[in-house]
Design a protein. Structure first.
Ligand code: ZN
Length: 186
């Protein structure tokens, strides 16, 4: 039944109760409370303490609500395309990268801090399809980060896992994910 509702949501795009339910909508704008696209952080000067990173955030972090710490929080594909990365990486824990075309442009989409054991074993994912659950807070699955989704969109087909860049002009190689997510999902 959930699958049918998801399909309806994908086709209806707007006004969908499934995506309006905060438990199920990872892309709810109320989740963007810490790091936006381009936010500069360093230890001692960050909305996240303790901070281990330095630089300009290439992504948006979607936080989890207090009542979601012990429940599975699903992550959905924001575009159509195959997974080109599905592995553990320092700073992320589980990370997957989807290769897509968005508005005619080749991009790679980084979904960070996932529980890799929940990622379906298939290569191609359609917009709105389940990609996996967020990893548990402060665990191997998130490389000891809080439970949240790091969503980055890098321009071009080259894989780039950088969560931060040191020069703000390098942000030009990335797309603000909110421009895509807000238009297509919310
Ligand atoms: Zn992040």
């Amino acid at each position: 039944m959930k699958k049918i509702i998801t399909l309806i949501c994908v086709f209806a795009l707007a006004g969908c109760t499934l995506y309006q339910d905060h438990q199920l909508n990872i892309y709810n704008p109320e989740r963007i409370t810490k790091k936006e696209f381009g936010t500069y952080v360093e230890p001692g000067n960050s909305p996240v303490e303790p901070e281990v990173f330095i630089g300009y955030h290439t992504a948006i972090d979607f936080e989890t609500f207090e009542d979601e710490q012990d429940v599975e929080v699903p992550v959905y594909a924001i575009c159509n395309g195959p997974l080109v990365v599905n592995r553990w990486a320092q700073g992320y824990g589980g990370v997957i990268v989807q290769s897509c075309k968005i508005n005619g442009m080749d991009v790679t989409v980084v979904y960070g801090h996932l529980d890799l054991s929940s990622v379906p074993l298939k290569d191609n994912f359609k917009f709105g399809e389940f990609l996996g659950y967020l990893g548990d807070a402060y665990s191997y699955e998130t490389d000891n980060e809080r439970k949240h989704l790091h969503l980055g969109i890098h321009k071009g087909s080259e894989i780039n896992l950088l969560g931060y860049v040191q020069d703000p002009t390098e942000l030009e190689n990335w797309i603000n994910p909110w421009e895509i997510v807000n238009l297509t999902i919310n």
